[in-house]
Write a protein that binds this ligand. Structure first.
Ligand code: NAG
Ligand code: NAG
Ligand code: ZN
Length: 530
């Protein structure tokens, strides 16, 4: 019994598939758009199409010259499902849901059942699990242990170190501060993710360098070709905020007089690299991609969310446009590139318990993936694209609304007290999400049907009151397409993502391939700096 069809039967299958698609289009055309016909025929045809697609799937065992890793921060499975229904309806698919390969990732950190974004980013980018709140260091460094983080044997290299050794270009794009938890694991070694600038480093940790300085002064940070996101308040001292671009009061705020954007520029000048700094939409649109180094700093804190950003010339760019600029810049390198793109505000929206904002940010993340697929189409056979998340959030999709009801609407009335509840709910939440009150000495719950639950700022109800919505520990999905994408096929550790990137592209610790493909590291070994 053969598991794959012979070439002639496979072409028969293909023409059959085309016929079916034509048939489906014809059926669709005879129905009104809002009438959902899901009869026997519909499900049989859809099932056949799916089988044909699975049978025609070819493994790409080539070398991944380029790798793009998309991280939807806090984008758990329920967030993906809800975003799909919100943006595409139940029957639709997000761009990455068309990828041929899928697996699940176990997200626990070295010390916690439910992780944070720093420890998980270290797992994803370096292939080694770290403790909560630490970046680029192994399990021997616990939070705030500056001294342990300074021991070289406790620090770990990210995939950007491997990429540079192999002569590849590197870049990252995020909607958060460029010094924030997720990107920091690409270039920093720190025992506390909050040490984004000097002002948050306690006196007893004065020997430790802040994350912003590590990005600009150390390797691999100063060799990263494309850096885009927010975080000006960590890079430049005493910057001034405004309504359009506020100072983030929770983040570090640099006061030591340093201007790390100027330092970044000076370093590229000294090394004779063509470079450019851009700080708004207009300036981003002006880049011609001839730069070897591109630094985009578009906000004092995090970037504004997609629904509220100023799209004009002085405004902040979308994740889609930053991703486009990064790919166009990095594609110049004939030896390929590694790019990390973070949809960082999905997590931010969830923490504040604003589910619709999280769905909107997930759609913006999907837009960036769509653009990346378009831009790398001609190089699809040598570009590994991975979409995953660092950890989940406790967004619940509760029963039993009709399909005609928006995902942000009411599920039904409670069978206990008759009070309606929304389809989207949270497990934990802050004061805005905790909507219980005492009525005549018994506990009652606010009636969500009395307010507009479809408002972008509506805070869904949560069961437990704490400071904010806390992360959730379910596995996350990993979706992949391109060379070696089929290595994602089962239940994996989160660290596996870095190992697959290493193996597929022939760089780093898993670069020794025994399948006849020459690893690109041997090809480039002569160019190594050490
Ligand atoms: C962002 O992308 C959109 C669509 O591709 C384009 O119309 C717009 O001009 C871009 N903005 C910038 C600043 O490049
Ligand atoms: C409080 O409880 C009373 C008696 O059960 C009920 O009539 C009233 O509607 C409740 N008020 C609210 C705001 O739930
Ligand atoms: Zn978070």
């Amino acid at each position: 019994m053969s598991s794959s069809p012979s070439p002639s039967s496979s072409s028969r299958w293909t023409s059959c598939l085309i016929l079916l698609q034509v048939l489906n289009l014809a059926i669709a055309a005879t129905q009104s758009a809002d009438h959902v016909t899901e009869d026997h025929r519909y499900w049989l045809d859809l099932g056949r199409e799916d089988i044909l697609r699975a049978l025609s799937e070819q493994r790409n065992t080539g070398i991944a010259k380029n790798v793009i890793l998309f991280v939807g921060d806090g984008m758990g499975l329920s967030t993906v499902t809800a975003a799909r229904i919100y943006g595409k309806t139940e029957r639709g698919r997000l761009a990455f849901e068309n990828f041929p390969n899928i697996g699940t990732l176990k997200t626990y950190s070295a010390d916690k059942i439910v992780p944070d974004s720093c420890s998980t980013a270290t797992a994803l980018f370096s292939g080694i699990k770290a403790n909560q709140k630490t970046s680029g260091v192994d399990y021997r460094v616990v939070v705030d242990d500056c001294e342990a983080s300074l021991k070289p044997e406790n620090t770990i290299d990210s995939m950007f170190v491997w990429a540079k050794e192999a002569g590849k270009s590197t870049g990252f794009v995020t909607t958060t501060r460029v010094t924030h938890a997720t990107p920091s694991a690409l270039y920093a070694h720190t025992s506390n993710r909050n040490w984004e600038c000097e002002d948050k480093i306690p006196k007893n940790a004065a020997a430790c360098k802040d994350i912003a300085r590590q990005l600009v002064e150390d390797l691999p940070g100063r060799d990263i070709n494309v850096i885009m996101g927010g975080g000006r308040q960590n890079l430049q001292s005493n910057v001034v905020g405004s309504d359009a671009d506020p100072i983030d009061p929770w983040s570090c705020y640099s006061k030591d007089g340093r201007d790390l954007i100027a330092d970044w520029t000076a370093d590229k000048n000294v090394r004779n690299f063509k470079h450019r700094v851009v700080q708004n939409n207009e300036e981003l649109a002006g880049v011609d991609h001839s730069e070897e180094f591109l630094l985009g700093v578009f906000a004092n804190g995090h970037l504004k969310m997609e629904h509220e950003r100023d799209q004009g010339p002085k405004g902040m760019p979308s994740l889609r446009n930053m991703t486009e600029a990064a790919i166009k810049n990095l594609m110049k390198n004939p030896d390929g590139f590694l790019l990390m793109v973070e949809g960082g505000l999905i997590d931010f929206a969830h923490h504040r318990g604003h589910a619709k904002q999280a769905l909107s940010e997930t759609m913006a993340f999907n837009d960036a993936i769509e653009r990346a697929l378009e831009l790398t189409k001609a190089k699809a056979s040598e570009t590994l694209i991975i979409v995953t998340s660092d950890h989940s959030h406790p967004l619940v999709i509760s029963g039993y609304a009709d399909r005609s009801v928006p995902i942000t609407g009411i599920a039904q009335n409670s069978k206990f007290d008759g009070v309606p509840y929304t389809t989207l709910l949270y497990g934990t939440g802050g004061p805005d999400n905790y909507k219980f009150f005492v009525n005549q000495s018994s506990v009652a719950r606010e009636n969500p049907a009395l307010v507009n639950t479809d408002d972008i700022n509506y805070a869904q109800q949560a069961a437990i009151l704490t400071d904010e919505v806390a992360h959730e520990g379910s596995d996350v999905l990993v979706y992949a397409t391109g060379p070696m994408a089929h290595l994602f096929h089962s239940v994996h550790e989160q660290t596996y993502v870095a190992h697959v990137i290493s193996y597929a592209s022939g760089i780093g610790p898993q670069s020794g391939r025994n399948d006849g493909h020459r690893s690109s590291i041997s090809h480039h070994a002569k160019n190594r700096k050490f």
